[in-house]
Each structure stands twice: as structure tokens, then as C-alpha cells.
Design a protein around this ligand. Sequence first.
Ligand code: AMP
Ligand code: GLY
Length: 436
Amino acid sequence: MGSTGSFDGRFSDVRVLVIGSGAREHALCVALSSDPAVTALACAPGNAGTVRLAEARPVDVADPVAVAALAVDWAADLVVVGPEVPLVAGAADAVRDAGIACFGPSEQAAQLEGSKAFAKHVMTAAEVPTAQAWPVGGPAELETALDEAHQVSAGAPYVVKDDGLAAGKGVLVTQDRAAAVAHGQAVLGAGHAVLVEEYLDGPEVSLFALSDGTTVVPLLPAQDAKRRDDGDGGPNTGGMGAYAPLPWAPPGLVEEVLATVLQPTVTEMARRGEPFAGLLYAGLALTSRGVRVVEFNARFGDPETEVVLPLLETPLAGLLHAAATGTLADQPPLRWRDGAAVTVVVAASGYPERPRTGDPVTGAEGAGVLHAGTTAGPDGVVRSSGGRVLAVTAVGDDLAAARQAAYERVAGVRLADAHWRTDIALAAVEGRISPP
Ligand code: AMP
Ligand code: GLY
């Protein structure tokens, strides 16, 4: 056991266990392994990239008992839960019940991400600006909800959402009424509730904040590219790339979102007796009517984490530990390096519908090449094992330099029939994004 929060007042000698296996977890491992306070690092189950920095341990991330047992067995001082699935299943509660500090909200608090309807209730209570929404319990209500939304949005596209975890793929935004109805019916047919929403125009921003349940510390704003294809075409995905910070962000944006969204949400969760400690991710639209929340997530975003963490100079483990132990207010202000970061997701052929897996991945050992869906076989060959295979990241003195460096790195990786967008951060570099 390390001397966390120790006798000499210094945070040191900590064993950190990261749960998850994506590029977000690889980015967390990169940041944590460069923190001098971290003496041992594991990532469970991890991937072919994390294993170079962190001990790999097998675990079923969806099983809170297994996660907690691993934390005890490995003698972790701090567990950092990456994905939403274990959080919504109660992994953070199980780890804390075992007496180990955990960065990640409780099962209850993770409902901010796990149920869009719950998130709407909290936002209403906290007076947080968001899209008007119509919950749909059955087929009869669907048409009425679409009619009302159409009226409120003044004829703008229909927004039809799966009210559960859908890895960013449960949302359909379309002008086509028949397609909106079909999507709603499909979600209902799968036994999930549906949410129809007012359409939000304007550029999107992802703003992450650390919370210990009371104190909220925002990170740098980022933007991800959700659609599969260049020019924002094709289906929604988990995210095809990202950049940070946002040269076009209006001055005072972070302070405004802290005051109108992040702090009121954390305060409302505490008032409900469900304090949110962990990473609160506000997905925002800067609309012509002001800032609106598109969604909350209860964890670091992926791929935005891959561009936010490389710019953070403050050692990460101490911050996450402070959030996990209610001591964020004692932390000095965050330090950021100048410049920008860009990440380009290299996806498997067929992503997002039917990604092909099992293809060899080469040239993926260099700096900045974060692994998402990769596995190293017993033969030592790294193979694709998920839809998003790599998140290729670079920092630079400005966004244009970071973008160029990231694409140079992409050119060095090999994956048969891989797909990536060629326009990540391009509109921002060219000054084509203007908030209202
Ligand atoms: P979500 O799963 O709620 O994050 O939605 C995924 C993506 O769908 C968002 O990042 C937006 O690009 C889009 N989207 C979701 N809700 C709306 C909305 N009310 N208006 C416009 N676009 C939306
Ligand atoms: N980048 C979107 C997400 O993490 O949900």
C-alpha cells in the first residue's frame, strides 16, 4: 500500500489500476505512467498498446464484483474506471466498498449517462439549459412526439434517441419522417424507451470536468467528429477524431458552462443524495439561442481524452485521487501546455455497422499511436479486435501543426482496408467554425 495522502503531506508511491481497453484507457495510461507519484500501473483488460506501459490483467469489466476483486488482489491504491458500462453496473461502488479509492461515479450517479430521461430530470431541477424532450413509451406516442418536436424545432430535422447506453450510435438525426419513425419503432421493438428531442443547431463542444461530489474543475474544451465520413457524412459513430483546444470558442465559454451547467448539475446530484464524483462530460451545442446540453456522460470521452490529456501538465494521478477522495478544493489550479492536440481514429473496414476484426496492425508502436481495439496474440502479432482500432495523436504549437503531425503518424500505420477521416480539425484550422 502506498502512502496516498501520506504523513509527509505528499502524494506518492501509488498503485493505479485502470479499467477498460480503449484508446481513452491508453491515453490515461500514458498520462499516469508519466506521473512520478505512480509506482505501479495496471490496465484491465487493456490492449496491445496499454500493455507496453501497464501490467495487463484479465477482467470482465461489466462485473463489479470481479473489478473490485481485482483491485484488492492487485493491491490498488486508486482505481480509474474508463468506460460507462462498468460505471452503470456499479463498479465504482464495489471498489469503494472494498476500501479502495475509485475515480468514477456510483451506479446511481452514472445514471446521468445511463438514462437520458434521468439526465433530463436532473437538468430540469437544476435549471440547466438543454433540448426540450418527449419521452416515448410506445408506438402510439411516437407520431405525436414527432409532431410536437417538429413544431418546436420549426421544421428542423427530427432527433430520435435510444434512452439507454448505445455507444453513441442510438441517435438518428434526420429530415426524413419515415426514417425517424422507423428508428423509433426499432428502438421500441428492442425493448428500449425512446426520446424525441428538439433539434439543436450550432457547433458542438465537449467539456470535461473533474468532480469530487462538491467541487468542480473544468478541463480544456474539445470537439469530436461523430460522423463516419469526411464533411460530417455517414452514420454516427463513437467518434472519428478530435482536437483541443477550440480556437473558435467564445471567450468565457468554460466559465459560463461551469456556472450554468457543470456546477448546478453536481450541486443537484448532491442534493439528491447521489453525489457525482468522477468525470462529468458535458456534450454541448452552441446554438443560436445559447449554450444547450446535448448529453451528459459519466466518464472521460473517447476520443476527446486523447487530445485533452496530452495538453495537461499537472500530474494526473493526484488529481484523480483528489476527485475520488473529496479533496479537489485543495488542488492548485491546473497547468496546461501551450499549443494544441489532434487525434485521428483509424477504424476497421465496416465500422460502425459490421467492423471486420482479426487483421494485422503494424507500424503502431510509435509515440502518439494510441490503441483502441487491438489485441496482441501469442504469436506476438497485433490484430484489430474492435471497430475503432487506433487513435493516432499528436501535439503541436498550434492546431495546424498538430493536425499535420497527426496525419503524418497515420501514414505510418498499416491496417488492411482501414478507414479514417481526412478532415479532422480542418474546419477549425481554416476558420470555418463560427459560434452564433
Ligand atoms: P448523444 O448520444 O445524445 O450524444 O447524441 C449523439 C450525437 O447526435 C450528438 O453528438 C449530436 O451530434 C447529435 N444530436 C443528439 N441530440 C441532438 C439534438 N437534440 N439536436 C441536434 N443534434 C443532436
Ligand atoms: N466522444 C463521444 C463520447 O465519448 O461519448
